[in-house]
Design a protein around this ligand. Structure first.
Ligand SMILES: CC(C)(COP(=O)(O)OP(=O)(O)OC[C@H]1O[C@@H](n2cnc3c(N)ncnc32)[C@H](O)[C@@H]1OP(=O)(O)O)[C@@H](O)C(=O)NCCC(=O)NCCS
Length: 318
């Protein structure tokens, strides 16, 4: 068995088999279109690779994707070294081949390959929908996974914030946000956040539905970015930096009003360390253990600390 990078035609062949796992709300043609468009998006085009575990005769046994991201590791002198972390997505073994250790083998070979090809490799990150044990075998450890959800509310979205943000302002919005106070963290680029918004664009075309009127808001020094996931009828907060409970309430009020006008049923924020006390003061806040998308991290070098409190904003999800 060996690990290989998929060719363009192999990627399409994998799309045809993974439709059963990730494309059920779309026709096969719609799913192929979604995958083609997502791969062409700027961030994915630059940073995404599709990997195959192949038998000796070349047959594909399992597959997954990696997305390179920027991560930051604090050195003993306090300075941060920028490195590469890899989001791992779409781990898949065809039903007829399951239970033979192929996904585990793929994950093991992949981690070794990432360490080999990237001298700056710091970690691999995935979001498990099948619990922790499968990935624990390959050295991944689960991180904290709590969601805060908020009901939509009627009203003018811009009323309580300085202004709403459009999809064209992601870079400026990210530049206003504070980096986490953690010895190790990952931080998305504007193109990476745009990849989530590209999903919003694609789904609103394939399953016609108007897009929400804004993709974020600013209140004082505080900033939020969000996108719609129509499948969950939710407005998902991708990045959230609130400097006070008042700002958190104002930003979420804008999100709740945008969600209400878009006919969505909730706003969801992924909890990051230190955020809980602010969010708990927002009227109507509900905290729940996350269902699926369990973040799991595998250091790719020994200095990277493996803390369950590693901050993982939703923008890092792949
Ligand atoms: C999950 C998946 C990739 C596993 O592939 P595989 O080649 O069978 O994996 P392995 O043989 O290495 O390991 C199998 C283990 O995964 C576990 N597993 C598989 N699917 C699972 C699920 N839905 N929930 C919990 N555990 C699961 C099995 O229990 C098994 O554990 P065991 O050996 O102790 O019985 C495959 O089932 C699949 O493609 N599923 C559909 C897509 C998917 O959900 N991908 C994962 C997204 S995070």
């Amino acid at each position: 068995m060996k690990l290989v990078l998929a060719s363009e035609s192999q990627k399409t062949e994998r799309d045809l088999v993974t439709h059963s796992a990730w494309g059920v709300s779309l026709t096969v043609e719609g799913y192929l279109q979604r995958e083609r468009r997502l791969r062409a998006q700027r961030w994915a085009h630059a940073e995404m690779k599709t990997w195959l575990l192949c038998a000796d005769d070349g047959a594909a046994l399992a597959s997954c994707e990696t997305f390179r991201m920027d991560s930051f590791l604090r050195a003993p002198d306090g300075a941060f070294a920028q490195g590469d972390s890899f989001g791992i997505a779409s781990v898949f073994t065809e039903e007829r081949l399951r239970g033979r250790g192929y996904a585990t083998r793929l994950m093991d070979l992949l981690a070794a390959e990432l360490e080999r090809i990237s001298p700056r490799a710091q970690s691999a990150l995935l979001f498990s929908d099948v619990g922790a044990p499968l990935y624990q075998r390959s050295g991944y450890r689960e991180l904290d996974a709590w969601d805060w959800s908020f009901a939509p509310e009627p009203g003018e979205p811009s009323e309580r914030v300085d202004r709403l943000l459009s999809e064209k302002e992601l870079g400026a919005a990210l530049a206003r946000m504070r980096h986490p106070e953690a010895p190790f963290f990952l931080w998305p680029t504007a193109d990476q956040v745009d990849w989530h918004i590209e999903r919003e664009r694609i789904y609103s075309e394939l399953i016609p539905r108007p897009r929400p009127e804004a993709n974020g808001a600013m209140a004082g020094e505080s900033t939020a970015l969000w996108y719609m996931m129509s499948r969950y009828s939710a407005l998902i907060v991708a990045m959230f930096d609130a400097r006070s409970a008042e700002d958190a309430t104002a930003l979420l009020s804008a999100a709740r009003r945008v969600a209400h006008r878009a006919g969505l049923s909730k706003v969801v924020v992924w909890e990051e360390p230190g955020m809980g006390s602010l969010l708990s003061q927002v009227p109507g806040a509900v905290r729940e253990a996350r269902d699926g998308s369990l973040p799991m991290l595998r250091p790719l070098r020994p200095e990277v600390p493996l803390s369950p409190a590693t901050p993982i904003p939703r923008a890092l999800w792949v």
